[in-house]
Design a protein around this ligand. Structure first.
Ligand SMILES: Nc1ncnc2c1ncn2[C@@H]1O[C@H](COP(=O)(O)OP(=O)(O)O)[C@@H](O)[C@H]1O
Ligand SMILES: [Mg+2]
Length: 261
């Protein structure tokens, strides 16, 4: 092995891997995201790059009640190597936050999403939504009072209803955190409360149900792609969560809007 390769290897420490990419911590403290070759890597790399640039320009650093809300900073990109260098964000991915802090973390995530919708959708119920605000894609740092979203799922020219982002986040929290007993129903309500505190979008029932329908359809495709067992389990998941999505969430948001006005 050439000396250069050995040095390069020492400089890179694999910290995690997903089905889309591998993540290395570099000697300078930054993070290298290397897209795996089996999944249209260049297309995904360019799409993520464009989304992150857009978000950095559009959102910058938003400050709300002493906390900072922003997206991860992009340092550079090398298309031929399928890599993107990002700042390393300290803190805990929401799915790893300890149970005692989950309620506050979810509250802050609700604020993050509301600020995003305020800025990018300008108070409208429909537009360029975030798409993938799930519990693995947001890092909360209690020490620095910062919430950073790391992985937007937006794809250009594809718009949706703001409430899809809401339902998608809560569904990922329900499946990943409540089922694993890391989170609770009150933490989910706390997420809604954070959203209600910061949103400038007036409640729009029709958009809510249209967004919910789209999200349920997406969940169905997602479950059916994973395995036959998941496809069979889906109607049960839906039956259990439906009252929450159908009645509780819109009721809560409307109540909070009435209280505010
Ligand atoms: N900038 C970052 N700082 C710290 N950890 C990160 C950063 N980006 C990604 N991660 C870690 O890698 C995981 C997967 O990152 P993500 O960008 O969501 O990958 P994918 O695009 O495959 O979904 C995250 O849940 C987090 O643990
Ligand atoms: Mg992700």
């Amino acid at each position: 092995m050439a000396i250069n390769d050995a040095v390069k290897q020492m400089e890179q420490e694999l910290i995690t891997r997903t089905n889309k990419a591998e993540f290395f911590r570099l000697a300078d403290g930054s993070l290298l995201k290397k897209y795996l070759p089996n999944q249209n890597p260049v297309e995904k790399l360019l799409q993520d790059h464009r989304s992150l640039r857009f978000l950095e320009d559009k959102l910058g650093e938003l400050v709300h009640e002493g906390w900072v809300y922003r997206t991860v900073r992009l340092l550079d990109i090398k298309v031929d190597q399928r890599t993107m260098r990002l700042e390393f964000v300290p803190g805990d991915v929401l799915s790893n936050v300890c149970k005692s802090k989950m309620k506050e973390a979810e509250f802050r995530c609700g604020i993050w999403l509301a600020l995003y919708h305020n800025k990018v959708l300008g108070g409208l119920p429909q537009g360029l939504i975030y798409w993938d605000f799930n519990v693995h894609n947001v890092i909360v740092d209690f020490e620095r009072r910062t919430v950073v979203a790391i992985d937007p799922g937006m794809s250009w020219g594809r718009t949706g209803y703001a409430y899809q982002d809401l339902v998608r986040h809560m569904h990922s929290a329900l499946v990943t955190l409540v089922v694993k007993r890391k989170s609770s129903f009150t933490a989910l309500v706390s997420f809604l409360k954070g959203y209600a505190v910061a949103t400038q979008t007036a409640p729009h029932l029709w958009s809510y149900y249209k967004g919910l329908r789209r999200e349920i359809r997406r969940q169905f495709y997602q479950y059916s792609r994973k395995s036959y067992a998941k496809l069979v389990a889906y109607p049960f998941v839906l039956a259990m969560t439906f009252p929450f999505y159908f009645g509780f969430v819109p009721g809560y948001l409307w109540l909070k809007a009435i209280q505010r006005s």
